[in-house]
Design a protein around this ligand. Structure first.
Ligand SMILES: Cc1ncc(COP(=O)(O)O)c(C=O)c1O
Length: 356
């Protein structure tokens, strides 16, 4: 379990990562997917670190999942060779970067949910040496991107298959939390329709850390993608997906003021913890506390209220387990990594800030 006294006098606020916990999290989900016969493709948007992506590949992942072209480019520079970008990529400038990226990896795939996106991709790859793999993104209940029905998935797959420079790569969904069964039903119907249309569907990929245990028995999926599982966070603990002892990343902060009884102010605000609530009350969990809530944030201050079970003093260091760890790691240029022997090393967050 992360605790502030493991991290000496590091300047705060900073992010700290217990490498042994992260590696155990990598191992656990990879073993689960291996046991269930699912290919595993970690989403690296959570850690954005080449070394962790390599560790995930070494553990048995088939490739990595990125969300953005520039994020993928950093990973490609770091030697990652099989990349799926789960995003509609639009615009000449970005398409040119995608085309250049394709030449630097062994396998590149992207997703699309409209004929407009597909037309742009085809325009960029029509004269490429290798076709670009395009998967159809399906909205199976999350209400974000994605075609709205299995019939639309089949229609878009046919457009991809007949577009110069492209190859239909399969179906992708990012289901709603708790929506694995609905996603499987959608995908099963889509796969049947593709078979009737004579279109081969090599990959049916789904994901999400909250539901990592529930997708495998549903049969239709060939691949699982998860990101948050490497660090875990308060949202996953509160949903019962893991325990506090599985949280590998925390924000180390210092108590800078106790202006009134029961009110404690730390040097980490929304620029360190983000304002993400993910449906929770409060802006993170103070590791080891039982009676403390992070009730408000300004940019550089976090305000904690606590009851008699918890005690604080000015200058004390605390670890906050963030509500949503993926956005927190994108806020820091580097993390402090605690190795198994307790040594602390600086680890650059290589793809931090790559949001286009
Ligand atoms: C398309 C896609 N796939 C996979 C994931 C990984 O989900 P999680 O972080 O819950 O593991 C995400 C997360 O945002 C995503 O957007």
């Amino acid at each position: 379990m992360l605790s502030a006294d493991q991290f000496g006098e590091l300047d705060t606020p900073c992010i700290i990562i217990d490498e042994a916990i992260a590696l155990a999290n990598i191992r656990r989900l990879q073993d689960h997917c291996d046991a269930k016969g699912l290919a595993f493709r970690p989403h690296i948007k959570t850690h954005k670190m080449v070394d962790f992506a390599r560790a995930q590949m070494d553990a048995g992942a088939v490739g990595i999942n990125c969300q953005k072209v520039d994020e993928a480019a950093v990973m490609a520079d770091g030697g990652l060779k099989d990349i799926l970008i789960t995003f509609n990529i639009l615009g000449a400038e970005k398409l040119a970067r995608l085309r250049s990226l394709a030449g630097r990896v062994d396998r590149l795939a992207v997703t699309a949910d409209s004929a407009t996106t597909v037309a742009g991709l085809s325009g960029a790859f029509a004269d490429a040496e290798r076709p670009l793999e395009v998967l159809v993104e399906c909205d199976t209940g999350a209400g974000r991107c994605g075609v709205q029905s299995p019939a639309e998935a089949c229609d878009l797959a046919a457009i991809i298959a007949s577009s110069p420079g492209l190859r239909f790569g399969g179906l992708m969904t990012y289901p709603a939390v708790g929506g694995a069964a609905a996603a499987a039903a959608f995908m099963r119907e889509a796969v049947e329709k593709l078979a009737v249309a004579g279109l081969d569907c090599p990959v049916v990929t789904t994901g999400g850390s909250p539901d990592m245990a529930s997708a495998a028995p549903l049969g239709v999926f060939t691949e699982y993608r998860a990101g948050t599982y490497i660090y875990n966070d308060r949202s996953l603990v509160e949903r019962g997906a893991c325990g506090w002892q599985d949280c590998a990343l925390g924000v180390l902060a210092t108590v800078v003021s106790i202006p009134a009884p029961g009110r404690v102010v730390i040097d980490a605000g929304s620029k360190s913890l983000t304002s993400d609530l993910l449906g929770l009350q409060g802006f993170g969990h103070v590791a080891g506390s039982t009676d403390t809530a992070i009730v408000s944030l300004s940019e550089e201050h976090g305000v904690l209220h606590h009851g008699p079970a918890d005690n604080y003093r000015i200058g004390q260091r605390i670890v906050v387990i963030p509500n949503h760890v993926c956005v927190v790691s994108n806020l820091f240029d580097e993390a402090w990594l605690m190795k198994a022997d307790g040594e602390l090393v600086r680890a650059p967050v290589d793809a931090r800030g790559t949001v286009s």
